[in-house]
Design a binder for this molecule. Structure first.
Ligand SMILES: Cc1ncc(COP(=O)(O)O)c(C=O)c1O
Length: 447
């Protein structure tokens, strides 16, 4: 019965009432079996722990799992999209377009899939794509970047942000983020052993414009500050950096050892003739910055998960040390396809502001007679609606209730903040076709 030498036996949990088990274990042990007992410290456990040890059983504690991210649940985007699906609601919560990537880009993707570009790409990205990115940066931001050492293609901006944070932040370091802050930053900081300091953006008197409070940033810098994360064009508020903001940022950080991580995934969606002011365009900021971009937003291809990180060679080298063991290399045919498309269709990203401004204006006009307070957003494909004249419920409760009751899903702003200071504001994604926006606006106008 107990003869199979070397056989591993796992007896889960205890709560044993009879010492027969003790005898069994001894016999298993004598027969040379490796015995592993799941032991819980339940008071009614009949066999004391030291007895297990005496008879040579390995003891595995069934203590509650100690999470590295105890405060992290399922991201709000998944929660709201799931709820929208369950309720068959119009999903204006998660930020993805309802239209396809341009046909010419899909053609190039198909071409590369069929002509053998199906194995690992080089770790930093295919040379043609890095060249196309460098050309774009040179044209738009007037910065000449080294194709070999300063651009790394990554698996969407999410991987770029994660790898950058792991590369820069050490245990005990502090990282400053501005609330509302995109939800992937803090878990990555925590995993790196860092501590997140949240600084709320200030809200203008009319309640619509969000800005960095430079004095508050200055006051929060100390010798532990390793990284400051900025995100402009800003999700979820649509705030952009003004002409003097880059200079203010440079002056505030001049005497600090902190690096900068700039999340610029909405770089091509800025409205009303405003330029996108990248940290790449500023000499002093460039030297201490990692700038993360994404083709997902630019080419209506969020599912392709292709982004890139641009940084001076020394920072890029550190970034690549992490990137090569996070994903190593990125989808090969998609990289070739985007490289071709960038070179042959530069007008595509140039027309994006008009493309999205039409949808923004359409959505906002439809809501003009509603009870929501709004100001058309300055960037991104998100519109903030203030429901303060309709309800005083919290934004999380209301976002869920309206998904169920009127069939429109949105994102509550407070989930992006340490202290919910954003009040009665919800974020709606207008990267949808007109019929969807009209249906959603009609439902919202009934409130
Ligand atoms: C501010 C911000 N940063 C990063 C990302 C992630 O981008 P990607 O889909 O390329 O990983 C998003 C996506 O919604 C975003 O809104």
């Amino acid at each position: 019965m107990f003869t199979e030498l070397g056989c591993g036996i796992t007896i889960a949990d205890c709560g044993w009432q009879s010492n027969h088990h003790e005898i069994y274990i001894s016999n298993y042990r004598l027969a040379g079996a490796r015995i592993c007992i799941g032991y819980s410290d339940e008071p009614n456990c009949a066999l004391p722990r030291d007895r297990f040890q005496q008879i040579g059983a390995a003891i595995v504690m069934h203590a509650p799992f100690s999470s590295k991210l105890p405060n992290v649940g399922t991201t709000i985007f998944t929660v709201m999209s799931q709820l929208a699906d369950d309720c068959e609601a119009i999903n204006l919560s998660q930020g993805f377009p309802s239209f396809d990537p341009p046909a010419a880009l899909i053609d190039r993707m198909e071409h590369y899939l069929r002509t053998g570009a199906n194995q690992y790409a080089p770790m930093p990205g295919v040379p043609g794509l890095r060249q196309a990115i460098a050309d774009k940066i040179s044209t738009l931001q007037r910065r000449s970047v080294d194709v070999d050492t300063e651009i790394t293609v990554c698996t969407g901006a999410t991987e770029g942000l994660f790898s950058a944070i792991q590369a820069i932040v050490r245990a005990g370091d502090e990282v400053i983020v501005f609330d509302p802050a995109y939800d992937s930053y803090e878990p990555a900081i925590t995993l790196a052993g860092g501590r997140t300091r949240h600084i709320p953006l200030t809200i203008s008197d009319d309640g619509f414009d969000f800005r960095i409070d430079w004095q508050r940033l200055q006051d929060n810098l100390n010798d532990k500050t390793r990284l400051v994360i900025v995100n402009f064009p800003h999700n979820p508020t649509g705030a952009i950096l003004g002409a003097d903001d880059l200079q203010q940022l440079a002056e505030t950080l001049r005497n600090s050892p902190a690096y900068l991580l700039s999340d610029e995934v909405y770089e091509h969606i800025v409205f009303d003739g405003e330029p996108h002011r990248s940290l790449l365009s500023h000499e002093e900021l460039w030297e201490k910055s990692l700038v993360v971009s994404s083709f997902g937003k630019t080419f209506h291809a969020t599912g392709w998960k292709i982004g890139f990180c641009t940084a001076p060679a020394t920072l890029s080298a550190e970034f690549r040390k992490v990137h090569q063991f996070t994903t190593f290399a990125v989808n090969t045919p998609a990289q070739h396809a985007i490289a071709d498309f960038l070179q042959s269709n530069p007008e595509f990203y140039a027309q994006l502001p008009d493309f999205y401004a039409r949808r923004r204006d359409y959505f906002c006009q439809l809501l003009e007679t509603s009870k929501f307070r709004l100001k058309p957003t300055r960037s991104t494909f998100f519109q903030i609606l203030d429901y303060g004249d309709i309800s005083d419920e919290t934004d999380v409760i209301l976002a869920k209730r309206w998904t169920r009751e009127i069939g429109v899903a949105s994102i509550p702003l407070s989930v992006f903040c340490e202290d919910s200071f954003t009040g009665t504001r919800l974020r709606f994604c207008f990267a949808k076709d007109e019929a969807t926006l009209a249906d959603a606006a009609q439902r919202l106008s009934q409130l």
